[in-house]
Design a protein around this ligand. Structure first.
Ligand code: 5GP
Ligand code: MN
Length: 338
């Protein structure tokens, strides 16, 4: 966002507005942390701000300050629709294409509100009057911090805002290990702790929230893990039955794809999760180094994301999806061969 645009947006925020803040469907820690962090900040400026998620989010995020005030479109459709229709400003966070909000897409497409995008994914669309897109950023939460910084409002960061933003930086960086974690990220984190983010409690709330059945499901995922050494690739499958047998709840498979990537020598990992309700196989892809899973997913699995972390889907059976995946690997042999 150049300074002319930024100043115009700053000017818009000087008078109270009806503001909707929305993350992508199946929101993760960065999506919930960034929307709630911005929500507390904008409320502090006197705006009527509301967070609307397309659908539910995992239980390990159901303690974040302000979380109980979130409106969920899929279960509170009337209220969510009326609120979006009345919005003067709509902040879209942690995604950059309307197709990422699922059933909310038509409402956004016909809205006359002024759109603001804050996002770190690749290939942003052009729907927003104000676009703050930076693919080098660790997380949308770090971008919300820099947005507040640019508004000269760092003093307004409360313990609640700091907690929200810490969550998303932590989850999107794999607890500060991915390459997107920079000196600046750590300075931001240090300041968030100064502002009252309780880092130990946040880690415990998010990562020590396992149910016994989720750990058992992780055991199944590990048993199903397959390695293809000639392509330095690992993949995991989970069928609907395996999920049902372990009382699957949203978020339970979060992080499983990284188990494949933790095998020595593996640079490309995938997980294929059957979803009979939606009639799709949900795919998560991760890589190390130069191999772009964003490109891989865009080209073969109707998805996208980041260079080293992307998602997608398939509309054929679990077995056929895996077969397709394996059949594609030889065309990437230059990148994947040891
Ligand atoms: P995950 O594998 O954790 O669901 O997603 C990894 C990254 O890819 C996240 O940044 C997420 O927003 C993005 N992503 C996941 N699924 C999709 C998809 O279907 N389409 C696009 N464009 N991005 C996705
Ligand atoms: Mn993110």
């Amino acid at each position: 966002m150049d300074s002319t645009a930024f100043n115009a947006l700053k000017e818009e925020l000087t008078t109270p507005k009806k503001i909707v803040i929305i993350p992508h469907k199946n929101p993760d820690g960065d999506a919930i942390g960034s929307t709630l962090g911005l929500y507390h900040f904008l409320k502090g400026l006197g705006h009527a701000a509301v967070v609307i998620t397309p659908n539910d989010y995992p239980n390990f995020l159901k303690w974040i300050p302000g979380e109980k005030e979130i409106i969920k479109y899929d279960t509170q459709t009337q209220l969510a629709t009326a609120t979006i229709e009345a919005a003067e400003l709509i902040f879209t966070l942690d995604f950059n294409h309307f197709s990422r909000v699922g059933h909310v897409e038509p409402l956004l497409a016909k809205s006359t509100a002024t759109f603001v995008m804050i996002d770190h994914h690749q290939q942003p669309d052009t729907y927003a009057a104000y676009t703050y897109s930076d693919t080098s950023m660790s997380s949308t939460c770090q971008m919300v911090y820099h947005f507040i910084e640019r508004l000269d409002a760092l003093d307004a960061i409360s313990a609640d805002i700091a907690t929200c933003l810490y969550v998303g930086i932590m989850t999107d960086t794999g607890s500060f290990r991915f390459r997107s974690t920079t000196q600046v990220t750590h300075r931001v984190l240090a300041h968030l702790i100064e502002c009252g983010a309780d880092n130990t409690t946040i880690h415990e709330n998010v990562y020590d929230a396992n149910s016994y059945s989720r750990l058992q499901l992780q055991g199944v995922a590990l048993k199903n893990l397959k390695i293809i050494p000639e392509y330095r690739t690992a993949y995991i499958t989970l069928s609907q039955k395996e999920l049902d047998d372990h009382s699957f709840k949203k978020g339970d498979t979060e992080g499983f794809v990284n188990l494949g990537l933790s095998v020595s020598g593996i640079i490309f990992a995938a997980i294929f999760i059957e979803n009979k309700g939606d009639k799709i196989i949900k795919i998560s892809l991760r890589s190390k180094g130069d191999f772009s899973v964003n490109e891989f997913s865009r080209n073969h699995f109707s998805g996208g994301g980041h260079h080293n972390a992307a998602g997608g889907k398939s509309e054929v059976s679990l077995d056929d999806t895996v077969e397709k995946f394996i059949s594609i690997l030889p065309s990437y042999k230059n990148a994947l061969h040891p």
